[in-house]
Design a protein around this ligand. Structure first.
Ligand code: GTP
Ligand code: ZN
Length: 228
């Protein structure tokens, strides 16, 4: 089944299965990208869905960019793995929500280039400087796929778990309403502290200096993203 109106990235919805996790049994939906635009053809993207999300009410959502080192290999250099876990726990607590797992590793530069960037960071560069030294943008991600992926489930409005104002802007530009921002502040530690500070200073991430334990994302009910 295709979800590709004119000018939309070419994305096929393929199939789904049950996905039991430690927190809830989600339904895992598989998409394949097969055309120009967002990334290389053949990339596989995922949505994890819980509950009735097509009823028109804003949906608790996480738009998660792939981070193999953090999501799978337990890296403490970033907060990705803890954010993934925290988001799924939060959706499970509410019994309703969606997590889009976008295969844009390394903020869109790919896994090997991210490891090159880590190497430069070990020589003193910060996360933004390292990307620039490698000839990439600070953040090379593209969120266009979110529109057909969310449309597949009839989702038009999100309660978006993120600290990234650019992600909120990107959703809004795509015509996806962000009814609420839900901060996702997890796992600040000695290894990722300066990385998180750089995200706040150079990429505009909305961070509290306080550490919040894994699995306990702070939730506020601000109607719109703020600059704090
Ligand atoms: N190039 C590069 N990518 C990184 C680095 N650290 C993490 N990433 C990637 O960054 C992406 C996650 O982006 P983040 O900036 O951590 O967070 P975000 O998704 O923008 O914002 P949140 O919604 O608040 O989590 C994943 O694709 C990671 O692989 C790094 O040092 N360099
Ligand atoms: Zn990461």
């Amino acid at each position: 089944m295709s979800a590709t109106p004119a000018n939309e990235p070419l994305l096929d919805y393929v199939t789904s299965c049950a996905l039991p996790t430690p927190w809830a049994q989600f339904t895992l939906h598989a998409f394949v990208e097969h055309g120009p635009g967002f990334g290389p053809a053949g990339k596989e993207h995922l949505a994890m869905v819980l509950g009735d999300i097509g009823d028109g009410e804003p949906v608790l959502a996480r738009v998660h960019s792939e981070c193999l080192t953090g999501d799978v290999l337990f890296s403490q250099r970033c907060d990705c793995g803890a954010q993934l876990e925290g988001a799924l726990q939060r959706i499970a607590q509410e019994g309703r929500g969606i997590l889009l797992y976008l295969r844009q590793e390394g903020r869109g530069i790919g896994l090997v280039n991210k490891i090159r960037a880590y190497r430069l960071q070990e020589a003193g560069a910060d996360t933004v400087e390292a990307n620039l030294q490698l000839g990439f943008h600070a953040d090379a991600r593209n969120y266009e796929l979110c529109r057909p992926m969310l449309a597949q489930f009839g989702v038009k409005s999100l309660r978006l778990m993120t600290n990234n104002p650019r992600k909120i802007d990107a959703m809004t530009r795509l015509g996806i309403q962000v009814a609420e921002r839900v901060p996702l502040l997890v796992n600040r530690n000695a290894f990722n502290n300066s990385y998180l500070n750089t995200k706040q200073a150079k990429l505009g991430h909305m961070m509290s200096p306080a550490s919040v334990p894994v699995g306990e994302p702070v939730v506020v009910t601000a109607a719109a993203p703020d600059a704090s």
